[in-house]
Design a protein around this ligand. Sequence first.
Ligand SMILES: [Zn+2]
Length: 423
Amino acid sequence: MENWIIRGGRVLDPATGRDGVGDVAISGGVVVEPGALREPATVVDAAGLWVMPGAIDMHVHLREPGNDEAETVASGCQAAAQGGIVTLGVMPNTRPPLDSPDEVRRLLARGEAAGLARLAPCPCLTRGRAGRELADLPALACAGARAFTDDGSTVPDEGVLREGMRMAAALGLAVLDHALDPAARGYLHEGVKSAALRLAGIPSSAEFLIVERDIRLAAETGCAIHIQHVSARESVALIRAARAQGLRVTGEASPHHLALTDADIPGADTRFKMSPPLRTARDRDALREAVRDGTISVLATDHAPHSAAAKARPFAEAPNGVIGLETALAVTYGILVQKGGMAPLDWVRRWTGGPAAVLGLGEPSLRPGSVADVTLFDPARRWTVQASRFASRSRNTPFEGWLLTGLPVRTFLAGREVFAVAG
Ligand SMILES: [Zn+2]
């Protein structure tokens, strides 16, 4: 196994609080003291680069099995490596759904075969994602589940969810919820834009009433609840209040909800259709503030690939979702750090320790002895988003043509280089 010395980069390690120029050495797949390297090592000149623990994206849809045209485990892992993301929380809404130990083992085997990223399976809370009866949660946990979720939809039945949360708490795992009232029948945020496009809207209450219920159940069951892709400022306020009370409530924000509002939707362009929808500037600003102050401790893409044919359908009929693995670090860096003044160490924490805590993974670190998952990020590199060059099989990004600053340039998985930028 190759030895590496990553020399002279700005080392950002939230786990230790380290933020300073220095070297990171890798041997045998783990981080070692640079002075302890005995055999020859490949030297990487990291001057001007940020050296951080490999990013975790805890909200990713790999479409295999069932829709390989849109994404496979291998293509999604390749996109992750190119995006500086080392660990993927894998959502269960495949066909068949990820709701049995066999499916979890198959997923892990596919990830192992791809060899480009670490997978953290997040199988269904209920059988078939149907919301009626619980999946075999203890067996799923044994097979490698890192959390449970019916993502794509919430669990509408409060009794079923309560029972699931009790069981998840006993297993020491969190429940992740796509908090959206299943009765909501709209296509974008209910407001000026939905009226202009003459499309049914989804009010913010469709989200925050479910968030309110989830928090109540977290208090009742002691289960850790994680609100996925928070979109409404009222949800942010509820999460903030719950955390102040010491409840086990966390939330995540996606790059698109931090970057865009419904006013940015150019006509009925389905690359801007996702669930939950883009909301207003006030919601976007509340999300940015919550990520900065730690109320929202996780950044996650909700990478949701769809074929061009599926997204070519009319707005009301096209599937929800946008891809995000290859733009995630740059978009969030630009908004939060470059323009927003967030400390780089805090931004890195939202991509590492934040999601690791929800998934019960060890906090990623660059201290000697840690698994050498490392991302090198060039904070000065400017580039234009061209989906046609992505490793993802899908092209449904709302950021096409954007000029971004900040590029992942090298990714290491357990000491193995899984991506290096060309040129
Ligand atoms: Zn979702």
